[in-house]
Design a protein around this ligand. Structure first.
Ligand code: ADE
Length: 248
C-alpha cells in the first residue's frame, strides 16, 4: 500500500515510523510519503490560508496549494498505473468533524486499497471547490474519527493510518489477535489476564486455569456480551439486530 500525507505539519507523522508501522515500512509492506503543503504555495510568505469569503471567524485554506500538492502526488504514481484506465483511483481522505464516521468496518475496507492520500486541514477547513475539483481524479472520503473537534486533521490521520495499516496482511505478527479484539465481531473484547494466578490478593477467574478450551471460549463470549451491554448499549442493540437477521 502507498500512503501520501499532505500537511503544513508533515513532522506530525514521525510517530508512524515507530513500532509495527515503522517495521511495515522497512519490510516494504507499506510506503509512506510526507509532503509539506507550503512547498506548493508560491507567495512571499508561503501562505496557505486566507479570510473566509462572506465573512466570519478564522481563516480558510486556499484551494491552489492543495491542488498543486495533489497533482504532485498523482504525478508520482508509477507510469503503469497512470496508463491503465482501469487502475483504481487513489482514495482521498479528508479528516473533518463533518465527515462520515470512521469505524473498524471503514478500516477493513480501506486496508485493501492500493493508494490512500490524506489531506488534513488546519484553520476552518479547505475551500470547498477543492473538494469538488479533486473528485475528478480521486475517490473522495471526508471522514470523522468521532463527535468532538480537534485543532487540525493530523491527529485524526495518525489514528486512521494506524487502524488501517495494522490490518494489512503481514503487519501484525499473529493474525489471530485481530480476530479476537474489540470491534472485530461488533462486540467489545473480553478481559485478559496473565501470570501470576494470584496478584495482590486478586485471583485470575478460575475457569481460565481449567485447561477446558470449550468452556473458556464460552466464558469469554459471555464476558463480551456482558461488557458490550453495559458499556456500549448502542453496539449491543446493533448486534442483537444482526443476530436476528442471521436467524431469519
Ligand atoms: N478535524 C477536527 N476534528 C476532527 C474529527 N473529529 N475527526 C476528523 N478530523 C477532524
Amino acid at each position: 500500500m502507498r500512503i501520501d500525507l499532505v500537511s503544513i505539519f508533515p513532522e506530525f507523522f514521525d510517530v508512524l515510523d515507530l513500532s509495527l508501522i515503522g517495521k511495515a515500512q522497512r519490510e516494504s509492506l507499506l510506503s509512506l510519503h510526507r509532503h509539506q503543503l507550503r512547498d506548493f504555495s508560491f507567495d512571499k510568505h508561503r501562505s496557505v490560508d486566507d479570510t473566509p469569503t462572506g465573512g466570519g471567524a478564522g481563516m480558510v485554506m486556499k484551494p491552489e496549494p492543495w491542488a498543486l500538492a495533489l497533482e504532485h502526488v498523482l504525478a508520482q504514481r508509477p507510469a503503469a498505473e497512470i496508463a491503465t484506465a482501469e487502475a483504481p483511483r487513489p482514495i482521498l481522505i479528508v479528516p473533518t468533524p463533518a465527515g462520515e464516521l470512521f469505524t473498524q468496518r471503514t478500516a477493513e475496507d480501506l486496508a485493501t486499497a492500493e493508494h490512500l492520500v490524506f489531506a488534513p486541514a488546519r484553520f476552518e477547513g479547505i475551500d470547498h471547490r477543492l473538494l469538488d475539483w479533486a473528485q475528478e481524479d480521486f475517490d473522495l472520503r471526508p471522514m470523522s474519527i468521532g463527535d468532538y473537534v480537534l485543532n487540525g486533521g493530523e491527529a485524526a490521520v495518525v489514528v486512521m493510518v494506524e487502524a488501517i495499516t495494522r490490518l494489512i496482511p503481514g503487519v501484525i505478527g499473529n493474525p489471530e489477535s485481530l480476530a479476537e479484539e474489540s470491534h472485530a465481531d461488533g462486540l467489545l473484547e473480553y478481559p485478559v489476564y496473565t501470570k501470576p494466578a494470584r496478584w495482590r490478593g486478586r485471583d485470575v477467574p478460575e475457569i481460565l486455569l481449567s485447561g477446558d478450551h470449550a468452556r473458556i471460549r464460552d466464558w469469554r463470549a459471555e464476558q463480551q456480551d456482558v461488557r458490550t451491554r453495559r458499556i456500549r448499549p448502542d453496539l449491543w442493540a446493533k448486534h442483537v439486530v444482526a443476530q436476528e437477521q442471521k436467524l431469519t
